[in-house]
Design a protein around this ligand. Sequence first.
Ligand code: FAD
Length: 399
Amino acid sequence: MPDLEYDVVVVGGGPAGSVTAKHAVKNGARTLMIEKRQEIGSPVRCGEGIARAWLEELGIKPSKKWISNEVEGARIISPKGFVVTLTEKMAGNECGYVIERDNFDKALAEEAAGAGADVMVKTSAVDVIRKDGRIAGVKARHMGDRFDIRAKVVIGADGFESQVGRWAGIDTTLKPSDVNVCFEYTLRHIDIDPKYNDFYVGSCAPGGYIWVFTKGPDSANVGIGVQLSKIKSGERGAAKMYLDRFIRGKKELAKGVAIREVAGAVSCCQPIECTIADGIMLVGDAARQIDPLTGGGVANSCRAGKVAGEVAAQAVKADDFSKKFFQAYEKGWRAKFEEQMYRNWMAKEKLVTLSDETFDKACEVLAEAKLDKVNTLEILRLIQRKYPELVKEFEDLIT
Ligand code: FAD
């Protein structure tokens, strides 16, 4: 392999990488996206639930190629079985479509390629290149061959296990309480209501939840996220153990046949302090942009990707690859969803402390109230009427 030279090199061909590459090239930057796996989007590591609204914002047209099912909303189910039904609008980042993630990722990569980006699969970044005190490309490997890809801008879109950020000296370390380990089956031949995505809360999934995201009339992704700090050391495979126990206890799921298993992890931290350095920007899971409450990261990855791509192209035009110039990216993605991330992180910090009894009481009240709008204050007031002790610490806020 000869060495290569581009304006922008994007490391990682997931949603963050493809959307960044598309917007960089559309705005005039010569762009290469490299992906270490042999096929974009495969194997899938995702519950495959996404909201609808943000797709329009990014000009991504819904397609039968990657939509598996459309849901009307979400149901939150407490340990004793109280069910809070939420409309799609209230349900957050993971409700609207249940998708085929492999096809979705491929469609995004095809859009990037269609706009003029070069794409190389089976190509890993193994280090960054430094020149004149900044990041100026990556060292890469393709089928045993090593070569340099020199670039004015490097985009680290290499997912949860990101190394690009670390190589560049950007601190993306996570506390165990800000990591959820996940395990998921795709089950066929089960009894479900395909109109809803279900979220089971409480001790069935310590510090997280169990999801049933419906892919069709008799199939769903049934998965779990468990907070890393709540798993006893040495408890290997804890997430799978909790999920298997849950499925065994539900006859409508227990009769299912697993056709896919997925293991992975998500960050559920508050927004990190910095996602840029001279010559480099981090996007998506690499930048810890996942919604800390739901663990959904596809939407935020794509929304941040658009900003990163545009800023990368502007940097090329301005011939300025400094951290200072890339502040436009920091400001851009933070304006879109930093506040919501922070609020959801606070909510998550509270939710992980609740007992099953508290979840039951809160869900009982909210189930009776038949919510059509989510308003934190209204929710607290409703709970206060029946169980004032549960919301004692918010008294000042409510009165
Ligand atoms: P990724 O999709 O992880 O893409 C990163 C890419 O970089 C990968 O293709 C990887 O192979 C490549 N790469 C890594 N290192 C290198 C390297 N050195 N060189 C070249 N390429 C490299 N989000 C939702 O919105 N809805 C859900 O239902 C949902 N469910 C989830 C369930 C599970 C079990 C898990 C683990 C996550 C889930 N998420 C969900 C989160 C979602 O999958 C991520 O937020 C999303 O994939 C982030 O996109 P990304 O492009 O940043 O990273």
